[in-house]
Design a protein around this ligand. Structure first.
Ligand code: NZQ
Ligand code: ZN
Length: 385
C-alpha cells in the first residue's frame, strides 16, 4: 500500500428530515447565496424545506445551473457573491449544481481570471467561500469530495479541478429528496458511482485489503440495489443504500493508498464536451472497451473483480476476465444505459478527435501505467462504435 494522508472534513447529515440541520450549520447572521438548477427542487418540495430551514437568514437565489455546469452560467453567481458580499453558498440539487457551487465559492474571492482556476486544475485556489449542499441526485460524490467539473460550451471544453478549499462544510443526504428523479437520472447515478469505484480499484494489486474489500462491497451493493431502486423508486431502504453507496464511492476512502486510473472519465468528458452525452452514459461507452484494451496490465485485478464481484470461478483465466468485462457491459445495459456510440448517434469519427484533444492538453499518456497513448485511445473508441 502506498503512503497516504486522509482528511475528509465534510459533515454529513443522512436520512429523512435532515434538511432542517441547515439551521444549525449556517449562522443566523449569514448572507446566503442559494444556487439551484432548472426547477426540480421546487416541484418536489425540497426548496420549501430549505427555505424553512434558512428562515431568518438573508437569502439571494440564483437558478439555472444546467447539467454539466457552464462557466458562463456560473459567472453571474460569482458577481453576486462579490457585489452582495455573500458569506455562505448553499447548493441545492444534483452534482452539477454542487460542482457549479464549488467553482463559485473558489472564484468569488479570486483576483485573477476565474477560468484559470479550472485550467490549472485548481492549483491556484487558496481560499473559497464556505459551501453547504443539499444533494438530490446520488451519483457524483461531489457532496463529500474536493472535485468539480466545469464545462465551457463557448470553447467546447469540459475540465475537472480539485482543491481542499472546496470540500463542502456540510452536506444533507435525505434519500426522500431523490424519489422524484426520473429513471434515466437514477440509472446515471448508479452507473457513475460504479465507474468511480472501478477507476480506483481496477488497476494492479498493492496489498490494500481494506480498500479492495470496501470497493467490492460497494460494487455488490450497486448491483443489488440498482435494479431494485429503479423498479421501486420510493422504496426508502433501497434508495438510501444507493445514496450512501454513491457517496462512499468517491469520498476518498476507496482510493487512498492505491493506484488510480481515471481514463474512462477523461475520455468520457470529451464525449460530453463534443456531443452532450450524459456523463454516466459516456462512461458506459468507454469502460468495457477500456477494460478489454487493458486486460493484460489489469489482469490480476480483473480476475479478482470477476471472482469477488460477479462470482465467476469457472473457466480459464482469460475466459473469466472476458466474462467479468461482459458482465460489466450487461450491468449498464440492464439499468437502461446503452454502451455503444451508435446508441447516441455518434460515429467512430469521434475517436481520433478525442485522442487529439486529450493529447493537446497534456494527456497523451494516461492510465495507471501512462500507457494509454492517442492511438490506443482512438482504438478504444473505435471498438465502442
Ligand atoms: O436542474 P434540475 O431541474 O434540478 O434537474 C436536474 C438535471 O436536469 C435533475 N435532478 C436532480 N435532482 C433531481 C432531479 N430531477 C428530479 N428530482 C430530483 N431529485 O437531474 C438532471 C441531472 O442533474 P446533474 O446534476 O447534471 O446530474 P449528476 O448528479 O449526474 O451530475 C453530473 C455532473 O457531475 C460531474 C459530471 O461530469 C457532470 O458535469 N461529476 C462530478 C464529479 C465530482 N464533483 O466529483 C465526479 C463525477 O465523475 C462527474 O464527473
Ligand atoms: Zn463520474
Amino acid at each position: 500500500m502506498d503512503n497516504f494522508t486522509f482528511h475528509n472534513p465534510t459533515r454529513l447529515h443522512f436520512g429523512r428530515g435532515q434538511i432542517e440541520q441547515i439551521s444549525s450549520e449556517i449562522p443566523t447572521d449569514a448572507k446566503v447565496l442559494l444556487l439551484a438548477g432548472g426547477g426540480s427542487v421546487k416541484s418536489n418540495g425540497v426548496y420549501d424545506q430549505v427555505k424553512a430551514a434558512l428562515s431568518e437568514r438573508t437569502v439571494i437565489e440564483h437558478w439555472g445551473v444546467e447539467a454539466n455546469p457552464d462557466f458562463d452560467t456560473l459567472m453571474p453567481a460569482v458577481r453576486i457573491c462579490r457585489e452582495k458580499k455573500i458569506d455562505w453558498v448553499l447548493a441545492v440539487g444534483g452534482g452539477s449544481v454542487l460542482d457549479g457551487a464549488k467553482f463559485v465559492c473558489a472564484a468569488a474571492p479570486y483576483a485573477g481570471d476565474p477560468w484559470s482556476l479550472v485550467e490549472d486544475f485548481g492549483s491556484s485556489i487558496t481560499s473559497a467561500l464556505p459551501l453547504g449542499t443539499v444533494l438530490t441526485l446520488p451519483a457524483t460524490g461531489s457532496e463529500a469530495n474536493s472535485a468539480s467539473v466545469i464545462s465551457r460550451r463557448a470553447m467546447s471544453l469540459k475540465l475537472p479541478f480539485m482543491s481542499p478549499h472546496v470540500f463542502p462544510q456540510f452536506s444533507i443526504l435525505d434519500p426522500e429528496t431523490t424519489f422524484s428523479l426520473p429513471p434515466r437520472q437514477v440509472a446515471n447515478g448508479i452507473g457513475d458511482a460504479f465507474c468511480h469505484v472501478v477507476e480506483q480499484y481496477l488497476t494492479f494489486p498493492t496489498h490494500a485489503a481494506v480498500q479492495d474489500e470496501f470497493a467490492e462491497s460497494i460494487f455488490r451493493v450497486l448491483i443489488k440495489v440498482g435494479p431494485k431502486t429503479l423498479a421501486d423508486p420510493t422504496d426508502y431502504d433501497a434508495r438510501a443504500n444507493l445514496v450512501w453507496a454513491a457517496t462512499c464511492a468517491l469520498q476518498g476512502l476507496v482510493g487512498c493508498g492505491v493506484p488510480h486510473d481515471w481514463s474512462s472519465h477523461m475520455i468520457g468528458h470529451e464525449l460530453t464536451a463534443l456531443h452532450g452525452i450524459d456523463h454516466a452514459r459516456t462512461l458506459a461507452i468507454v469502460l468495457p472497451n477500456l477494460l478489454e484494451a487493458q486486460r493484460a496490465t489489469k489482469r490480476e485485478k480483473l480476475l479478482q473483480y470477476a471472482e469477488r464481484v460477479w462470482g465467476i470461478n469457472a473457466g480459464c483465466e482469460d475466459e473469466r476476465i472476458s466474462q467479468g468485462i461482459e458482465k460489466t457491459r450487461e450491468f449498464y445495459e440492464t439499468i437502461g444505459i446503452p454502451t455503444r456510440l451508435k446508441d447516441y448517434e455518434v460515429t467512430a469519427d469521434v475517436a481520433p478527435i478525442v485522442a487529439a484533444r486529450l493529447a493537446g492538453r497534456g494527456m497523451g499518456a494516461i492510465g495507471e501505467h501512462a500507457d494509454l497513448t492517442p492511438d490506443r485511445i482512438e482504438a478504444i473508441l473505435r471498438a465502442a462504435a
